[in-house]
Design a protein around this ligand. Structure first.
Ligand code: ASP
Ligand code: MG
Length: 409
């Protein structure tokens, strides 16, 4: 007997038929003698619908009230899923995040889980129930409802698997696993049988939207065995997220091409080149809880330089306002410009640790297509470039081919 956490995304619970389908799968697992905890997202489109509704009332909705509202999407699907399970003759019970004490900090709309009281869930499982828990939501120490950021139900699934020491956390979605890149851009993209946590982290953070990045971090930290599967197929092993040290298979050098259209570039021009400047620019940005991704600063020829960094597109105007109000005069910068027509493309693979020349190969391939590289950043297992958004698909296609990701290995 195993304890399995199954998380179903919005498309998997998009209507009554699909919810019945989820219930049938859960029933099959229970019939094999497993204990099953189900985590569900809101029906697809529902969170967006609610967000739009809030914006009709208040252009920048109050975060507490926003969480109060957008958490309702999941409350609907947990009850429907429990009903579908009962309709099949199973014992089932649904819970909101607060009801099973998924305690978070108080950072509305992007809260972090601090603790889960798993006793209630365990008692229900031992009494033969399938336990259905609302994804994406928690409660802060003062009892306010919080949400975990878009795609946060993945994190709920992984956090529950960690708290319950589940044997596996299965993430069911509308694709049958993690691909070498987005098959909508490159039809030859292949499903990976396995990928390491670190690679997945890079793929997820680079915008391969299969898993929420925080869920992958969580799984890595608590050693949760994670598998991505399709909820629309009966068979299939999906993609297993492995730990590098456990993975004895011969790894390809490059596992995938990730990309991200969600970033915008900000350049602070004419910045004096002296100690403390990067802090003076990015300190106020961090204080506003805005994530910064790529950062570059040129060497100065004449004592002044340009400082460029990227933020999420949705935070471009806020960041520009902070810089203009609090930073520009203070440091004596000449001008601040914003550009949201950029995209980031990354080549990802743990094999980079032991192979040289990957970066130069990437830059050559882009040069041959006449694609200008505006920014570069690297980690041990990833090389990212910022390019003009209109070249994104071309860049992904040529890189996928150049690194022979279309060929089975
Ligand atoms: N319903 C939430 C969203 O759309 C959470 C999730 O689906 O994981 O972001
Ligand atoms: Mg999702």
């Amino acid at each position: 007997m195993a304890l399995i956490v199954q998380k179903y995304g919005g498309t998997s619970v998009a209507n009554a038929d699909r919810i019945r389908n989820v219930a049938r799968r859960v029933a099959r697992y229970q019939a094999l003698g497993h204990q099953v905890v189900v985590v569900v997202s809101a029906m697809s489109g529902e969170t967006n619908r609610l967000l739009a509704l809030a914006q009709e009332i208040m252009p920048e909705p109050d975060p507490r009230e926003l969480d109060q509202m957008i958490s309702t999407g999941e409350q609907v699907t947990i009850a429907l899923t429990a009903m579908a399970l009962m309709d099949l003759g199973l014992k089932a019970k649904s819970y909101t995040g607060a009801q099973v004490s998924i305690t978070t900090d108080d950072a509305y709309t992007k809260a972090r889980i601090m603790n889960i009281d798993e006793a209630r869930i365990r008692a229900d499982l031992d009494a033969g129930y399938v336990v259905v828990v609302a994804g994406f939501q928690g409660v802060d120490p003062d009892g306010n409802i919080t949400t975990l950021g878009r795609g946060g139900s993945d994190t709920t699934g992984v956090a529950l698997a960690a708290a319950l020491k589940a044997d596996e956390c299965q993430i069911y979605t509308d694709v049958d696993g993690v691909y070498t890149t987005d098959p909508r851009i490159v039809p030859e993209a292949r499903r990976l049988k396995s990928i390491t946590f670190e690679e997945m982290l890079e793929m997820a953070s680079q915008g391969s939207k299969v898993l929420q990045i925080r869920s992958v971090e969580f799984a890595g930290k608590y050693k949760v065995k994670l598998r991505v599967l399709s909820s629309f197929e009966e068979e299939g092993d999906g993609t297993l997220i492995t730990f590098e040290e456990e993975d004895n298979m011969e790894q390809p050098i490059i596992s995938g091409i990730a990309f991200n259209r969600d970033e915008a570039k900000i350049t602070v021009l004419g910045v004096p080149d002296r100690p403390g400047i990067a802090y003076q620019i990015l300190g106020p940005v961090a204080d506003a809880n805005i994530d910064v991704d790529m950062i570059i600063q040129n060497v100065s020829a004449d004592g002044s330089t340009d400082f460029t960094f990227t933020v999420n597109k949705t935070e471009l105007s806020k960041t520009m306002a902070i810089l203009k109000d609090k930073v520009q005069k203070h440091i004596g910068a000449r001008e601040i410009t914003g550009d949201d027509k950029i995209a980031k493309v990354s080549v990802v693979g743990v094999g980079m640790r032991s192979h040289v020349g990957i970066a130069s190969q990437m830059f050559r391939v882009l040069a041959e297509e006449g694609i200008n590289i505006q920014m570069i950043s690297t980690s041990e297992i990833k090389i990212s470039v910022g390019i003009e958004e209109k070249y994104l698909e071309l860049a992904v296609r040529v890189l996928h081919k150049a690194f022979q990701l279309d060929q089975a290995n």
